[in-house]
Design a protein around this ligand. Structure first.
Ligand code: HEC
Ligand code: HEC
Length: 346
């Protein structure tokens, strides 16, 4: 496996060796054992998660303490701190960019650093790339804009604006030392698909597990908990949650998120079956409309079935109601942000 953490070569001499061999030889030949220290760091970041395999590309992103200790230009440090602040306290832009109760870090735990929690550094080194979801080549800013549009049920800061560049800078800094377009399997990227469950994911079983393990924080009605305007526990469905176009509204994505991240502080404690059942239950609840809505749920389903909705419950009948058959866009007053557009590059 390849460990690539050139970021703190002073502290991790073993990793410096990996860096040297990586530069000298193709990646496939640069198989280096992870040091005990790195394995311990990984285990503390993702307790109980699958260990890296021989073809894994492992990167341990720098921490904010590393940033302070680094010799980067003070102005660059300031902008990275700003990006971190927007990522972890996105609610400061409530009703401007964000129209639900989420911070970016509500789903990307550990400020976007943790494996199996949608770590954000891979986007900085694999984009620009073609993205099936919108059928064109996306760069990092457009990928960030996607999560604003769907996961935050909002609208992104303008491309090239201070806020957008600060966010992108934070993403890119987390990828420090990783070469562009790395080969190998990026360890813990996204929310990796769990094995198929032994039994079909079941709404009723999910409902029971939700009541036993989740409702204490996320509430009986999935609305989460806010205290004096501060979000303590984010909602998992309803008007203040992610919308029908969000990646996590796909049952397999939510199942993986839950397995590896919930209940909070007890990652990987549920069985795969429990995670699938919970995902089936939660993603069968109502939430704000998909911003790609045409005005007709069936038509929207047809348009985006192959690339997206075949994995969600959108347009399906549950408890006598067709999910997503409404004009409710949640707390915002628009459907789709203007900044998102089709691109032809002509
Ligand atoms: C409701 C949950 C949720 C919230 C909130 C959220 N995201 Fe995401 N994000 C996801 C999911 C799901 C994916 C796709 C992961 C996958 O493909 O398995 C993703 C993917 C990403 C990626 C691409 C990662 C990669 O591997 O290429 C980036 C970058 C990203 N999000 C940034 C953000 C930013 C910035 C915010 C805040 C503006 C945000 N996200 C808010 C759920 C969320
Ligand atoms: C001890 C409180 C607690 C418990 C119990 C808990 N969560 Fe969470 N959950 C959180 C917090 C806090 C976050 C946001 C993470 C952050 O901000 O660091 C979160 C985030 C989430 C998210 C992503 C953001 C959103 O709101 O959609 C989902 C989905 C989720 N939890 C589902 C579950 C499920 C399913 C269970 C039960 C197995 C569960 N949680 C148990 C506290 C909890």
């Amino acid at each position: 496996m390849t460990i690539f953490n050139s970021w703190m070569p002073r502290l991790r001499t073993g990793l410096l060796v990996a860096l040297g061999s990586l530069l000298a030889a193709p990646l496939a030949q640069a198989q280096t054992e992870l040091s005990e220290e790195s394995l311990a760091v990984l285990a503390s970041m993702a307790p109980g998660a699958p260990a890296p395999t021989a073809d894994s590309f492992v990167h341990i992103p720098p921490t904010m303490e590393d940033l302070e200790a680094s010799s980067l230009h003070p102005e660059l440090k300031r902008v990275i701190r700003r990006g971190y602040d927007i990522f972890t306290n996105t609610q400061q832009f409530r009703d401007e960019y964000v129209f639900n109760d989420m911070n970016c870090s509500s789903c990307h735990l550990g400020a976007g650093r943790l494996p199996f929690s949608g770590p954000i550094w891979p986007a900085a080194v694999t984009l620009p790339d073609y993205r099936p979801k919108n059928d064109h080549v996306n760069n990092l800013e457009e990928r960030i804009a996607g999560c604003f549009t769907y996961s935050m049920n909002g609208k992104p800061p303008a491309y090239g604006s201070d806020d957008m560049i600060a966010l992108a800078t934070y993403h890119q800094w987390l990828a420090s030392g990783v070469p562009m377009y790395p080969t190998g399997k990026l360890y813990g990227r996204g929310f990796p698909r769990l094995d198929e469950p032994a039994e079909k994911p079941d709404y009723e079983r999910g409902k029971e597990t939700y009541a036993a393990q989740c409702s204490i924080c996320h509430g009986d009605e999935g609305a989460g908990l806010s205290v004096r305007g501060e979000v303590v526990f984010p909602p998992v469905w309803g008007d203040n949650s992610y919308n029908w176009g969000a990646g996590i509204s796909r049952v397999f994505t939510l199942a993986s998120f839950i397995k590896h991240n919930m209940p909070l502080g007890q990652p990987n404690s549920l069985t795969d079956q429990q995670a699938w059942d919970l995902a089936q239950f939660i993603d069968s609840q109502e939430r704000p409309q998909d911003p790609r809505y045409t005005g007709d749920v069936k038509e929207t389903l047809e348009l985006y079935r192959d690339t997206f909705h075949k994995h969600t419950m959108y347009g399906q009948e549950v408890n006598g109601r067709v999910l997503g058959d409404h004009d409710n866009v949640g707390r915002k007053d628009f459907l789709k942000p203007d900044v998102l557009r089709d691109r032809t590059y002509d």
